[in-house]
Design a protein around this ligand. Structure first.
Ligand SMILES: Nc1ncnc2c1ncn2[C@@H]1O[C@H](COP(=O)(O)OP(=O)(O)OP(=O)(O)O)[C@@H](O)[C@H]1O
Length: 339
């Protein structure tokens, strides 16, 4: 299990957490990449401010670590309002949601991470909250005293984030006026993120060193920042403090990140498809149980990058390894025709 990747947000120690915070861009100008979303948001935010209205609700899709939370923070910051955060799994009952909604101030931003995980009953409360800025709360314990009370809410902006586009119901999706799909970052964009983070961390890095980390960061700013911090340690202990291409390479190899930026988990998946399923096709469920991993981890955290990079192809009968994979892992395509 790739515990480091999965738990990196949840078990950061205090120092790491404050470093992570210091690296977060605060404004749209500081937010690198995702140009289309950024351009549109800049217009919508400016228009809402001019009209003194709340900004329309925003739904953000994309794999972990691409900057959904950061964007939600930036939206609140650019609007000059307060950000309230909750995650889908933390909303167990409708009352949990009502408790957050009823403390919102006018124009505030409510960020619900993993919005696909809120229970159906809470989702229904969200509908009227989003559309009419009010919620109906049931009060009274007995059948005789039980009644529904309408509670008005101030106009607010809901920012929902999810890694699982297919798991948002259409009534919920339809209530978002702005929908953004975050894409994996290009190496040039990660290069800029790494340069910016290095300067905040007071770390010297040359262009080749930054590019090497950028190329091997799975298209993901969170990974880029994590690798930068680790490679910085190598530069300090094994070099003279400067992150060069050679130091980056040495550090990344020690962290088991290969020349294509694949980590142990990526390579386990690819090797299993080749070695245990003759290159595929293999269903995601079978693959997950063979590896002893959760299906969701594979499908939403690991596989999207492998698909995007052309290491895996999806067919109606399951996943197959591509010629690029055989070459990268130094295997010979013998029993299955190359794709
Ligand atoms: N566009 C960006 N420019 C610069 N840094 C970024 C950008 N996007 C993300 N980051 C950095 O990457 C880190 C991870 O981003 P963030 O927590 O917003 O991701 P996320 O998509 O919300 O992930 P998750 O859903 O796993 O929480 C942030 O701490 C931030 O420093």
């Amino acid at each position: 299990m790739d515990t480091e990747r999965i738990s990196e947000t949840s078990v950061l120690n205090d120092e790491e957490a404050s470093l992570e915070k210091s690296l977060r861009p605060q404004t749209l100008d500081e937010y690198i990449g995702q140009e289309k979303i950024k351009r549109n948001l800049a217009v919508f935010i400016q228009a809402a401010k001019q009209r003194q209205e709340s900004l329309d609700h925003i739904l953000l899709f994309g794999p972990p670590g691409l900057g959904k939370t950061t964007l939600a923070m930036i939206v609140a910051n650019e609007l000059g309002t307060k950000l309230h955060t909750i995650t889908g799994p933390a909303i167990e009952r409708t009352g949990d949601l009502a408790a957050v909604l009823t403390v919102l101030g006018p124009g505030d931003v409510l960020f619900i991470d993993e919005i696909h995980r809120i229970p159906k009953s809470a989702e229904e409360i969200l509908y009227s909250a989003m559309e009419d800025f009010c919620i109906d709360i049931l009060i009274g314990k007995s059948e005789e005293t039980k009644r529904s009370v309408r509670v008005p809410l101030p106009p607010f902006t809901l920012v929902g984030a999810t890694t699982k586009a297919g798991m948002i119901s259409s009534p919920l999706r339809d209530r978002f006026g702005i929908i953004g799909h975050l894409e994996y970052y290009k190496p040039e964009e990660l290069f800029q993120i790494i340069r910016r983070s290095a300067s905040i961390l007071d770390t010297v890095i040359d262009d080749e060193g930054a590019m090497e980390i950028a190329r091997r960061s799975r298209g993901t700013p969170r990974v880029a920042n994590r690798l930068l911090k680790r490679v910085r340690d190598f530069a300090q202990i094994k070099g003279n403090g400067l992150i060069t291409k050679a130091i980056a390479d040495q550090g990344l190899l020690a962290l088991d990140i290969d020349s294509e930026g694949l980590d142990t988990m990526d390579r386990r998946i690819l090797s299993a498809i080749i070695d245990q399923f003759r290159g595929g096709p293999v269903g995601i469920e079978t693959l997950a149980s063979t590896l002893g991993e959760g299906r969701d981890t594979l499908e939403y955290m690991v596989e999207p990058f492998l698909l995007q990079q052309g290491f895996i192809q999806r067919t109606p009968r399951g996943r197959i390894a591509t010629e690029k994979t055989y070459q990268h892992l130094g295997r010979v395509i013998s029993e299955r025709r190359a794709v």
